[in-house]
Design a protein around this ligand. Sequence first.
Ligand SMILES: Nc1ncnc2c1ncn2[C@@H]1O[C@H](COP(=O)(O)OP(=O)(O)O)[C@@H](O)[C@H]1O
Ligand SMILES: [Mg+2]
Length: 277
Amino acid sequence: MTAAAQPLPAEGWTTADGRKIGPVLMEMKNITLRFGGVKAITDISFDIREGEIRAIIGPNGAGKSSMLNVISGFYVPQEGEVWFRGAKRPPTKPYEVARQGIARTFQNIALFEGMSVLNNIMTGRLTLMKSNMAQQALWWGAAQREEDEHREKVEKIIDFLEIQHIRKTPVGRLPYGLKKRVELARALAAEPKLLLLDEPMAGMNVEEKEDMCRFILDVNDEFGTTIALIEHDMGVVMDLSDRVVVMDYGKKIGDGPPDEIRSNQAVIDAYLGVSHD
Ligand SMILES: Nc1ncnc2c1ncn2[C@@H]1O[C@H](COP(=O)(O)OP(=O)(O)O)[C@@H](O)[C@H]1O
Ligand SMILES: [Mg+2]
């Protein structure tokens, strides 16, 4: 590990493949999260830059999902500060966090199995609807025009993720890889500034993984969406991410570009002899 890494330019930088990384979008400062006696996260700090793809890696139980849950407002840490878009965020409920422009997918798929793909994705827009719309949009004719606008946006996402052919299919009937894609579509429907993906490729075959990788890159490129993702497949992490945070037993043991992380001894040690299912 380099003992004293150069500070990164505040205004951002351009990557080797010509992508623009901007200033800090989100900053986690000295976050500690406990569940009773269990310390899931211990004094972790890192930032996420505008436009970057930021990976969080580490063995099972390292605290990665807990960290995403702190970012999404699902858990409130006992210590530390969460800064988003230049302001310190007070303890904030998940739906408020969603309104501020943060969307997520889950480690275990959380879709409505009996509902069509289209309607599942529509639920992703609920945070953007007026409050009475949120209750009535899908059912009341009076809200038709606003619903049409939402539907149009959703159809664009459906095209973008190449799932036109299953738009009317109940999610419960879809193979795993497509369910994950629908979950991504639902998160995108909220037009997030920051997209959180918890193991978007877990359980996928090689082809499904390749597709998902391509879609993640396209989302980042096309919509300029900043992405923080948890992923176990090191090949995927190295290919996709601009910078990587490494967690182990709730602590941060590495933070930097993929090349640097690959040769970080603490990271190599943490991964030796550990199963990553
Ligand atoms: N809701 C919870 N209640 C109690 N302990 C939890 C809870 N969520 C996570 N933990 C514990 O926190 C630690 C980190 O878990 P997690 O964030 O899920 O790790 P990862 O996603 O890296 O596998 C584990 O020891 C786990 O058992
Ligand atoms: Mg997890």
